[in-house]
Design a protein. Structure first.
Length: 210
């Protein structure tokens, strides 16, 4: 875990900077109640034995460890705004995605559920720009308006939901597997049958690729 956190740190810093639009010091410190060898853990367990028996719970060990995040040198848990915490959570997932991509040579599919709800428009566009740069297929669900960066991406497949399910695709999406699949929970009438048919075919290819 310590080694993974160390490998993840530079990716996390870059991902958060992309979302924030500026370079911000982001820290991730592994906090443990024990350190060192198995003998060190055994000693810590022995010291806590009476209290653990009294409380009937294991108080020390890897399962009790935490990762303390900071933004600008301040603890994120107590000092970060809701938007900053949301950005940090997203940056952590984006960092893991990029780390796995670099380690395996193949970017994994990234699923984002209602990812834009707690981000301002600037950070929404920054997130989309970051994702487009990865080249990975991305599936996004959202209950609100989509980012303008998605609408101008050129390869996107959207499935708005209103009275029933209506599907529409942009024209470049009909010839190739889409880089984006966007599900929205909006209102409105269903799209024409021909347009829905094309979109369903495109969405089917996207699902097959996943």
């Amino acid at each position: 875990r310590v080694d993974l956190l160390g490998a993840l740190a530079p990716y996390l810093a870059r991902a958060y900077a992309d979302l924030a639009g500026e370079a911000v010091e982001v820290g991730a410190e592994y906090e443990s109640s024990w350190w060192g060898s198995e003998a060190g853990l055994a000693g810590t367990l022995a010291a806590a034995r009476d209290e653990e028996l009294r409380r009937r719970v294991t108080l020390v060990g890897p399962h009790r460890d935490e990762v303390a995040f900071s933004i600008g040198g301040l603890p994120a848990r107590t000092h970060a705004s809701q938007g900053e915490q949301r950005s940090l959570a997203l940056a952590l997932r984006l960092a893991a995605h990029r780390l796995v991509s670099d380690a395996t040579g193949t970017p994994p599919v990234l699923l984002l559920d209602d990812v834009f709800s707690e981000l301002d428009p600037a950070r929404c566009d920054a997130l989309v720009t970051h994702l487009l740069a990865t080249g990975a297929q991305t599936i996004v669900t959202t209950a609100g308006a989509t980012s303008s960066a998605i609408r101008t991406a050129g390869k996107a497949c959207s499935r708005p939901r209103g009275q029933g399910i209506a599907t529409r695709c942009c024209s470049p999406c009909l010839a190739t597997v889409p880089a984006w699949s966007i599900t929205t929970a909006g209102t409105g009438a269903a799209t024409p049958r021909g347009e829905a048919s094309s979109g369903a075919s495109c969405a089917g290819r996207a699902k097959a690729r996943v």
